[in-house]
Design a protein around this ligand. Structure first.
Ligand SMILES: [Fe+2]
Length: 300
């Protein structure tokens, strides 16, 4: 085991962590490919498996160039921290963990689409862990004047970001496929089901009732501020509805009364008119009689 400077030991430590992750994901990707029935997704996974294997080779090569070991890069910090046997055991452990996850992933979800969705979510999360790892390596290498490692880390990070973007676009598509596969068309409603609406209405009525009850018993004052506020709101909603109803009843009654008054007034007016006409007729008749009487004595 060569003696490394603190600088190179730190670079090797970070590269070892990246290498371990690449090997772990190689195993996970193989398991996911076997479960993937969508051709474009499967193709992209196979492509990323090839990239992942290349990443592992490139990182391993850089570790060797820095003097960090031979065929098996170390798993943990510092070239003196672990023997080669121990580092090999750590890597085997990491791959064994990934291999154990494979069959576990095979039983996730209820349907085929859901299994793929869950795998895509796991891959999305793993890609972001790798992006963080390579981003840290890039800055570490830049800060230590190691241009080759910085360039390598940036190139790998860009490929991980491309994969993450692909997965970000795929997750909504797979979610819609789960809906189509598992939820009957009649139940794919917008804004929740009518049942949920009824639930909300009943909750409001319940809150109003509770508010009335607590007002009667005086429990409202000792309740939590949030509960009291919600009860008050529900109470005021119920109160508002009652006020609106009473006001509408009053308006209708007033309107009826006004209409009645108008009818009566019209009736009175009509009556007065008739009576005036009768009076005027009587007067005219009397005048006629008087005139006839005046003319009669002379003319008879
Ligand atoms: Fe990756």
């Amino acid at each position: 085991m060569p003696d490394l400077s603190t600088r190179d030991a730190k670079l090797v430590q970070y590269l070892n962590e990246a290498y371990g992750k690449e090997r772990e994901l190689e195993t996970a990707l193989q398991a996911h490919i076997a479960m993937t029935s969508r051709p474009p997704y499967r193709k992209r996974l196979q492509q990323h498996l090839t990239e992942t294997r290349r990443h592992a080779r490139e990182v391993e090569r850089r570790i060797r160039q820095l003097g960090g070991g031979d065929a098996e890069p170390m798993q943990l910090p510092g070239p003196d921290a672990l023997s080669k046997g121990a580092s090999l055991a750590a890597e085997v452990g990491s791959r064994a963990m990934a291999a154990a996850k494979g069959p576990l992933h095979a039983i996730r979800g209820t349907g085929e689409q859901e299994k793929m969705l869950k795998n895509a979510k796991t891959e999305y999360s793993e890609e972001h862990e790798e992006i963080a790892t390579y981003s840290a390596i890039e800055v570490l290498a830049q800060s230590l004047g190691d241009r080759d490692t910085a360039r390598l880390a940036a190139a790998i990070r860009r490929e991980e970001e491309r994969m993450a973007r692909f997965l970000a676009g795929l997750i909504p598509t797979l979610t819609k496929a789960v809906v189509k596969e598992e939820v009957p068309a009649a139940e794919r409603r917008t804004n929740g089901s009518s049942r949920a609406g009824r639930g909300r209405a009943s909750a409001t009525r319940g809150a109003a009732k509770r508010s009335q009850g607590s007002a009667r018993t005086g429990r409202g004052a000792s309740g939590s501020a949030r509960k009291t506020s919600s009860s008050r709101k529900a109470g005021s909603t119920a109160k508002g509805a009652a006020t609106r109803k009473a006001s509408a009843t009053r308006k209708a009654s007033n309107a009826r009364r006004a209409a009645g008054a108008r009818t009566a007034a019209a009736g009175r007016k009509a009556g007065t008119g008739a009576s005036r006409a009768a009076t005027s007729g009587k007067r005219k008749a009397a005048a006629g009689r008087t005139s006839a009487a005046r003319k009669a004595p002379g003319g008879a």
